[in-house]
Design a binder for this molecule. Structure first.
Ligand SMILES: NC(=O)c1ccc[n+]([C@@H]2O[C@H](COP(=O)([O-])OP(=O)(O)OC[C@H]3O[C@@H](n4cnc5c(N)ncnc54)[C@H](OP(=O)(O)O)[C@@H]3O)[C@@H](O)[C@H]2O)c1
Length: 404
């Protein structure tokens, strides 16, 4: 028997139980023994569940799982950052393999948990934490054996992509598109992690640390979200033959790297521009393989559960490495030197403001109640400097990178 302890029985946890029930016979044939969920940890035992849980042992005490000698693998799908971190650490120390879908936790404790797993000769796998159902981490580790990865990233947040698609295609304003995303279940009631770019940033931190074989911390990533975008931005993008996408990207630059999560104004014919709705796409560029793209559903109970269970199967058949996949390269963070052309909208307008920004303007797109420009190619920090010197706060501008 392959004994599993499941942490969380929400969207992803339920998907895990459903797939294991649905594929029970096939998995037993494949592995020569059954996969058995020995215990499920939740917060509230009395909560009504979508599933019939009669045949499962549900508990609110992690000790029940850690003390169960027949649990070899902990599958974590809680979304909790602090207590769940303690559980995963305890599990590894206690000799249990760990699989997590929790990007916030994995991003925060990536190095520590990777090293602990290595020290203990155990698996610490987290395919489901980045781009949900898309098997990008496994492919990335595979390509790293022969390639130096020079660039990685793409669209990794389905909620933002859904909002931007609805605004662009249907002319909805931001609040209507967000409301729709919440009604369908793509966006949380508190959508800040998604729309402010934090969710993308955590995924990029994981992708970039693996791909570039250096530590890319959350604090190393430049961050702009989509929360300030307006209908006017979408109308102007349309006129330019472009689309806005929230792009998370990291690349090697000489002996350094730069990483950013930022709305980008892409040409309509570009590959990423065609990624619509809640879909994700991750692209990686290796020195031998060239460019590879991974496209699919970046979230959802079943796709995400499928990714977590794919990790579980790797553990069950011994197809995993306990060696930490993180590299030892000491690349310098060159994010502060990022140079590009930008799309900038400022929520206010007067002639003095336009004069102040004149030296950096390449093309004036709109002026009147607001000022909208495309800038010359320049360091991003110069834009921040200008905004600060004109006392323009974060709520008063929207900034995007203009992709060549
Ligand atoms: N949903 C997706 O499409 C998706 C995609 C990719 C990654 N993820 C990640 O997967 C994880 C789970 O997401 P979800 O959407 O399934 O969340 P969810 O629907 O909110 O479910 C969370 C589950 O975890 C339980 N839980 C929360 N804190 C706990 C704690 N401290 N101890 C024990 N149980 C706890 C909850 O218990 P109760 O039921 O008793 O409240 C609930 O069953 C998150 O890290 C999320 O970022 C989700």
């Amino acid at each position: 028997m392959i004994g599993v302890g499941l942490l969380g029985l929400g969207t992803v946890g339920t998907g895990i139980v459903e797939i294991l029930e649905d594929r029970k016979k096939e998995l037993e044939e494949l592995l020569g023994e059954p996969v058995v969920i020995r215990k499920i940890l939740v917060l509230n035992k009395k909560k009504p569940r979508k599933l019939n849980t009669d045949r499962y042992v549900i508990t609110t005490d992690f000790k029940d799982l850690i003390n169960d000698k027949d649990i070899q693998i902990i599958l974590e799908a809680t979304g909790d950052q602090d207590r769940a971190y303690g559980y995963l650490k305890e599990a590894l120390i206690g000799g249990k393999h760990v699989v997590s879908a929790n990007k916030a936790l994995v991003s925060k404790h990536l190095e520590e948990l990777s090293l602990l797993a290595e020290e203990k000769g155990l698996a610490f796998l987290y395919e489901a934490s980045v781009a949900g159902g898309i098997p990008v981490l496994k492919a990335l580790k595979d390509q790293l054996r022969l390639n130096r990865i020079n660039k990685i990233g793409g669209i990794v947040n389905g909620t933002c992509n859904f909002i931007l698609t609805r605004m662009g295609d249907e002319g909805l304003d931001y609040s209507q598109a967000l409301k729709e995303a919440q009604e369908i279940g793509y966006a949380e009631l508190d959508p800040r992690d998604d729309v402010e770019g934090l969710d993308s940033l955590r995924k990029l931190r994981i992708l970039a640390s693996l791909a570039l074989q250096t530590r890319v911390g959350e604090e190393d990533i430049l961050l702009e979200g989509i929360e300030g975008i307006s209908k006017l931005d979408l109308e102007l993008a349309n006129k330019l033959g472009r689309r806005f996408k929230l792009i998370a990207t990291a690349r090697r630059v000489g002996v350094g790297f730069e990483a950013q999560v930022m709305p980008s104004l892409l040409k309509k014919e570009s590959q990423l521009s065609g990624v619509c709705g809640a879909y994700n796409m991750v692209e990686l560029t290796g020195d031998k393989i060239g460019s590879l793209s991974f496209y699919g559903l970046g979230a959802g109970g079943l796709p995400t559960a499928n990714a977590a269970l794919s990790d579980l199967l790797d553990i069950a058949v011994g197809s995993y490495s306990s060696k930490s996949p993180l590299g030892q390269e000491a690349l310098t963070n060159l994010g502060g030197k990022l140079e590009a052309s930008f799309y900038l909208r400022i929520n206010k307008y007067n002639c003095e403001l336009e004069q102040a920004f004149k030296p950096i303007i390449e093309e004036l797109l709109f002026s009147g109640t607001q000022l909208v420009v495309l800038t010359k190619k320049l360091p991003l920090k110069e834009i921040y400097y200008q905004l600060e010197s004109q006392s323009i706060s974060k709520n008063d501008y929207f900034l995007a990178r203009l992709e060549a």
